[in-house]
Design a protein around this ligand. Structure first.
Ligand code: MG
Length: 261
């Protein structure tokens, strides 16, 4: 079931979104060679605690999967999404995707960034830039009256013309009372197809882009998703509220309701 959110409800999601932005900013600032992904998780957990917010990541998965142990996902290099924070020490030249979420009074927000660790290759830097730009194009396409296919097509066209590939096995999602609600929001598709975007629709858009082929596989830990060919992958995500005035980025880093151009 797709639920449309009221301004009062999205105000709570924006509070959660502001906390998510703070978690990501603090993690980004702490990323350097030698830091462990577990240390970043503790930094993010401290911010949740300070705001009295709950984690929508920690404990996720039950009963199908082992409970996710972190408040963030940390996915390094060929890891696409859902990497488990722990003892892994970041190294110069790595790229690290950080996915973070928060719940305020039952309302969820979810966002991700991918950051370079020290100096990275030109190829890695371009992957990050293209993936972030793809998210920007997706946000710009999230206009009331358009369709989810317009969002997917905007991402797919841009990424593929850059010679990179879009992951198909994982998609964006509706968000609100739960982190994952209907509808699914693919990062690929045909313009003017799919669900029509209505006022009050809240979605998390999250392009995952690979340097090599789009296929993925899951590691034995049952969480970590990696590229099947071992190529580098990047992930950027924002939670949006679709309004008559345009998409509002609820997880914007400035903590305000930035309206996409
Ligand atoms: Mg998400």
């Amino acid at each position: 079931m797709i639920t449309l959110k009221t301004p009062q409800e999205t105000a709570k999601m924006r509070e959660a979104g502001r906390i998510v932005a703070e978690m990501l900013a603090a993690c980004r600032a702490a990323v350097r060679p030698g830091v462990t992904t577990g240390e970043l998780d503790r930094i993010a957990a401290e911010i949740l605690k300070r705001h009295g917010a709950a984690s929508n990541f920690k404990g996720y998965g039950v009963p199908i999967l082992p409970p996710f142990p972190g408040v963030i996902c940390t996915s390094v290099n060929e890891q696409v999404v859902h990497g488990i924070p722990g003892k892994r020490r970041l190294r110069e030249g790595d790229v690290l995707s950080i996915d973070a979420g928060a719940i305020v009074e039952g309302w969820h927000a979810d966002a991700a960034i991918t950051v370079p660790v020290g100096a990275v290759s030109a190829e890695a830097a371009r992957l990050l830039a293209v993936t972030e730009q793809a998210l920007g194009r997706a946000i710009a396409a999230a206009v009331v009256g358009k369709r989810l296919g317009d969002i997917g097509a905007a991402v797919q066209r841009f990424v593929e013309t850059q010679g990179l590939s879009i992951v198909r096995n994982y998609v964006g999602h509706g968000i609100g009372r739960a982190m994952h609600e209907e509808p699914q929001v693919p990062n690929y598709g045909a313009p003017e197809r799919g669900l029509q975007i209505k006022e009050g629709l809240c979605i998390a858009i999250e392009p995952m882009v690979n340097i090599g082929r789009p296929e993925t596989k899951t590691l034995a830990d049952q969480w970590t998703v990696v590229t099947a060919d071992g190529s580098l992958s990047a992930h950027f995500e924002h939670t949006l509220w679709c309004t008559a005035a345009g998409p509002v980025v609820l997880t914007a880093p400035d903590g305000r309701a930035a309206v996409a151009a």
